[in-house]
Design a protein around this ligand. Structure first.
Ligand SMILES: Cc1cc2nc3c(=O)[nH]c(=O)nc-3n(C[C@H](O)[C@H](O)[C@H](O)COP(=O)(O)OP(=O)(O)OC[C@H]3O[C@@H](n4cnc5c(N)ncnc54)[C@H](O)[C@@H]3O)c2cc1C
Length: 396
């Protein structure tokens, strides 16, 4: 396997190779709208209000944000996207992205759907991972209470037991069907019990290979120490340690909550510290690949270049099975497609679910793609670059 490819994310002909001219023009229109901060802010308010009032906006969302960022409304709907990504050697993670349904029935229903993704992934190299969001199958209030060390009522103890059983069932299915599974991370004030459950499941299912992977948000302070402690535990208890690294998606909420409740801000003081911490975590993982497997979930070009560099320095093959690069569907194709072309293991989260229920996910993506300090988002600049390149090509 080659390991000296000069990787560049600038090649938009590779980045958008799966898109026809028509599709590219549609992406241009979408990102031109998202580039306007005010429109996104007003649009978010309008969409949320319209959905509450049951106004017929689903069709509008479906043909714009939804089609760009989601695979479809169901697993079957998403098959086309799985195959399209596979054509470019990119794996899919089917992500059931329904949010906001908080009762035992909904948790059971979501767990069953996640198990359906595992059954679909079984034996298919094009779907190497499945995923679940902790609060999709566990009560956030209950996790918070546990983290605070508050005594639980009889019913709450029963509900916690159900969480254990549900998570065990999902990870047990992953184990049985040899499909790797990510446990996403969410707010810091519920993360301790999530980590604890994740370690118990790793101890149970990661003895022979890395099936269960926990997520670490490097925008939080003290995360390298946390990774170090978790690795020490894994060594002591003799299991493989699956690590998904992300910077973290809930910074504003975390800061606001800390201020409101008067506890120290759990987030790094600035972007530079988060970036440094993220790259330190990559280094930590690559230096411990005797037990650690790592997935870098990032759209940051420097971090992706850095991981490539670390792999080279450690004489690892581009397609070493202990290292994955992951991005979200509809974002950073310039990173995903160029890495995949060079032989690295690349996967993309492909969210799916009924249009109305994935709106919070879509709103987060729209906000991420607004312009910053008057500049176009990176994504929009690249689309413009490719449109220009194709026109130049045609006029020759
Ligand atoms: C495959 C995949 C899986 C993901 N899974 C999860 C998950 O389980 N949990 C989760 O929370 N997120 C998850 N995310 C979302 C991820 O956290 C965001 O995409 C990420 O924060 C954006 O950062 P980036 O690495 O792409 O780089 P950049 O765009 O360079 O970084 C932006 C990030 O830097 C941090 N940041 C920005 N400003 C500051 C500041 N002033 N001070 C400190 N930090 C700052 C924030 O985290 C911000 O989101 C996932 C993303 C991907 C691609």
């Amino acid at each position: 396997m080659i390991n000296n490819t000069k990787i560049s994310f600038e090649d938009t002909s590779v980045a958008f190779s799966s898109k026809s001219d028509k599709e590219l023009r549609r992406s241009y229109t979408l990102f031109a709208v998202m580039d306007k901060n005010l429109i996104v802010k007003l649009g978010t308010i309008f969409v949320n209000a319209a959905l509450k009032l049951k106004l017929p906006v689903k069709k509008l969302i479906k043909s714009n944000l939804f089609d760009h960022f989601c695979g479809g409304e169901s697993i079957t709907d998403s098959e086309k996207t799985v195959q399209e990504l596979a054509r470019f050697k990119i794996g899919t993670i089917l992500d059931y992205a329904v949010e906001g349904e908080n009762n035992e029935g909904a948790y059971d229903h979501t767990a069953e759907e996640i198990i359906r993704t595992i059954h679909r992934a079984k034996g298919d190299p094009n779907i190497p991972f499945c995923v679940f969001k902790p609060t999709g199958i566990a009560s956030k209030d209950l996790l918070e209470k546990i983290q605070l060390g508050q005594p639980l009522t009889v019913d709450e103890n029963k509900a916690f037991e159900n969480i254990r059983k549900r998570w065990d069932k999902v990870c047990g299915e992953s184990f049985k069907n040899d499909v790797k599974i990510f446990i996403d991370s969410e707010d810091s004030y519920i993360q301790d019990p999530i980590d604890e459950l994740a370690y118990q499941l790793m101890e149970k299912y990661n003895k022979e290979k890395t099936i269960v992977w926990n997520t670490y948000q490097l925008y939080r302070v003290g995360m390298i120490e946390k990774l170090d402690e978790a690795l020490t535990q894994a060594r002591k208890k003799g299991y493989y340690f699956g690590v998904k690294l992300v910077r973290g998606a809930y910074m504003e909420n975390e800061r606001e909550r800390a201020e409101e409740k008067g506890y120290p801000d759990p987030i790094q003081p600035d972007k530079q510290s988060t970036d440094q911490s993220y790259n330190n975590a990559l280094k930590f993982c690559i230096e411990n690949t005797d037990l650690v497997s790592v997935c870098s979930g990032s759209h940051n070009e420097d971090s992706n270049y850095y991981l490539v560099e670390l792999m080279k320095l450690n004489n690892m093959d581009n397609n070493d099975q202990r290292v994955y690069f992951a991005q979200l569907y509809g974002m950073s194709d310039h990173i995903s497609f160029n890495l995949a072309k060079a032989g690295y293991n690349v996967i993309k989260y492909v969210p799916y679910g009924p249009v109305g229920t994935v709106v919070p996910y879509l709103m987060r993506r729209a906000e991420e793609n607004t312009s910053i300090a008057g500049q176009s988002s990176r994504e929009f600049s690249l689309i413009k670059k490719e449109i220009k390149r194709r026109k130049l090509f045609k006029s020759k």
